[in-house]
Write a protein that binds this ligand. Structure first.
Ligand code: FCB
Length: 481
């Protein structure tokens, strides 16, 4: 029997997953690559934003990040040592098209092509995300996501990447968390490009959905109609402060509409929720939706990517000044467009270093709920993980018991969802490496592998050892691929 550092039985945890369940880790280009001026890369909105004083903690930027652009061979070797079967990374659009338009920059394609080959060599399945928030700055200068043309530029980019990599990619993820791109980027302004324009944010929602669909079509035009396509959505799991108060239940409905159904429904059913359209009527009349867009939106997904970290509590709010959190990063402009009468009271402890509550049962609920709603759609956990303030012990080891515990409980939650009939095909932990955590800079560590700030040295944390032990136990089961 295999046991992890804390002595618990990883064998019985691993035995709860089907033999063809796939394990891996996730990262994103701007958070790890660095080398922002190398390989012909153009500037992205995150370069501009992180270099604007006051936008990120300590003025941190992704200029160097964790130097993955130069260390990727070692990082792939590390993944193989951990026993990963899948690796989700993102492709930096400004490495492929430095200004977001025009022919591909071959050096950029070479970089990702080399990475894909190295992964395949080690038996690790590459799962690229085409857009993890690093819009070429030139496209933002032309209006960004509130501008319809950006969706068409994304489709061109998706086609260029597929022409080069498509023969080796079984599953593409188009967008990562369009909720963040639209609402944090254009309403709350806490993510790049830092705008606080609610009407523009709603247009961004639509153009991101359109980009997803047009991108999927462009991929399939190159790689065939059966090509695996998904998107990674960050579902919110709002719980009512008082489940008997109809106003709190209505707050739940609003948050669900803005956060979840604004993306899932167009992608799956080709339409926007009627209640969402009413809720935001004071902000927009949806005139950015053109007649044939709704037909375009429904491009069959083969996989739905789920990013889950925590749940939230919501209640009706009568005060005069709108309040934002969950997670608009504080009480500045709200990401919750048209939801001035919703507030997010504090959640019960425990919390991670992000201030997010730890709620594994919410994870099970979410996975089971989605599988019931869309029974033919396989689910893939594209992100799940936790930030804690790690300490390196004198012997060099990182005994991150809280992260290990978070991981164990959330893997248990996925197993519970499987038991309840959810069709979950795999799990990708966030994140392989400590990295640039957006507005929080390097102050929040999510890695199962520590990265030393000064030397860039990688050290597998206890959580990484635990994860590797689960994967090894799973692999040793008869019939495991
Ligand atoms: C998600 C992002 C990912 C990372 C984690 C902690 O919202 O997709 O890049 O920042 O949160």
């Amino acid at each position: 029997m295999t046991t992890d550092a804390a002595g618990s039985d990883v064998g019985s945890l691993a035995a709860r997953f089907p033999t063809d369940f796939r394990w891996g880790a996730a990262t994103a280009a701007y958070q790890i690559e660095g080398a922002v001026h190398e390989g012909g890369r153009g500037p992205s909105i995150w370069d501009t934003f992180s270099h604007t004083p006051g936008r990120t903690a300590g003025g941190d930027t992704g200029d160097v990040a964790v130097d993955h652009f130069h260390r990727w061979r070692d990082d792939v070797a590390l993944m193989a040592d951990l026993g990963l079967q899948s690796y989700r990374f993102s492709i930096a659009w400004p490495r492929i098209q430095p200004t977001g338009r025009g022919p591909a920059n071959e050096e950029g394609l070479d970089f990702y092509s080399g990475l894909v080959d190295a992964l395949l060599d080690k038996g690790i399945r590459p799962v690229p995300t085409l857009y993890h928030w690093d819009l070429p700055q030139a496209l933002e200068d032309s209006g960004g996501w509130p501008e319809r043309d950006t969706a068409f530029r994304f489709a061109d980019y998706a086609g260029l990447v597929t022409e080069r990599l498509g023969d080796r990619i079984p599953l593409w993820l188009t967008l990562n968390e369009p909720w963040c791109s639209a609402y944090l980027g254009y309403a709350a302004g806490v993510h790049a490009p830092g705008r606080t324009e609610p009407t523009a944010a709603m247009a961004a929602v639509h153009h991101l959905n359109l980009a997803h669909a047009l991108g999927a079509k462009a991929i399939r035009a190159v790689s065939g109609a059966d090509t695996g396509i998904g998107a990674a959505l960050n579902f919110h799991l709002p719980r009512p402060a008082d489940p008997t108060d109809p106003r709190d239940l209505d707050a739940v409905r609003r948050v669900d509409a803005l956060a979840n159904r604004a993306f899932l429904q167009p992608m799956m059913e080709g339409r926007y929720p009627d209640d969402l359209i009413c809720d935001v009527a004071g902000v927009t009349n949806f005139d950015f939706v053109r007649d044939d867009d709704l037909d375009t939106l429904t491009t069959p997904l083969t996989t739905l990517g789920i990013n889950y970290y925590s749940s939230c509590v919501v209640r009706h709010y009568d005060g005069a000044t709108p309040r934002a959190t969950a997670d608009g990063h504080g009480d500045g402009a709200s990401p919750w467009v048209g939801a001035d009468h919703v507030e997010f009271p504090p959640t019960a402890p425990p919390h991670t270093a992000m201030g997010w509550n730890i709620d594994p049962s919410g994870f099970t609920e979410l996975l089971v709920g989605l599988s019931r709603r869309y029974p033919d759609l396989p689910l893939l956990v594209t992100e799940n993980g936790s930030a804690f303030h790690d300490r390196v012990d004198a012997d060099g080891r990182v005994r991150d018991t809280e992260r290990t515990d978070y991981l164990r409980r959330h893997l248990g939650a996925v197993a519970d969802a499987l038991d309840a009939g959810a069709d979950v095909r795999g799990y990708l932990v966030w994140s392989l490496l400590d990295n640039f955590e957006w507005a929080y800079g390097y102050d929040r560590r999510f890695g199962i592998v520590r990265v030393d700030d000064d030397t860039q040295e990688r050290t597998v944390k206890d959580s990484g050892r635990f994860y590797a032990a689960v994967l090894a136990a799973h692999r040793s089961r008869p019939g495991t691929r």
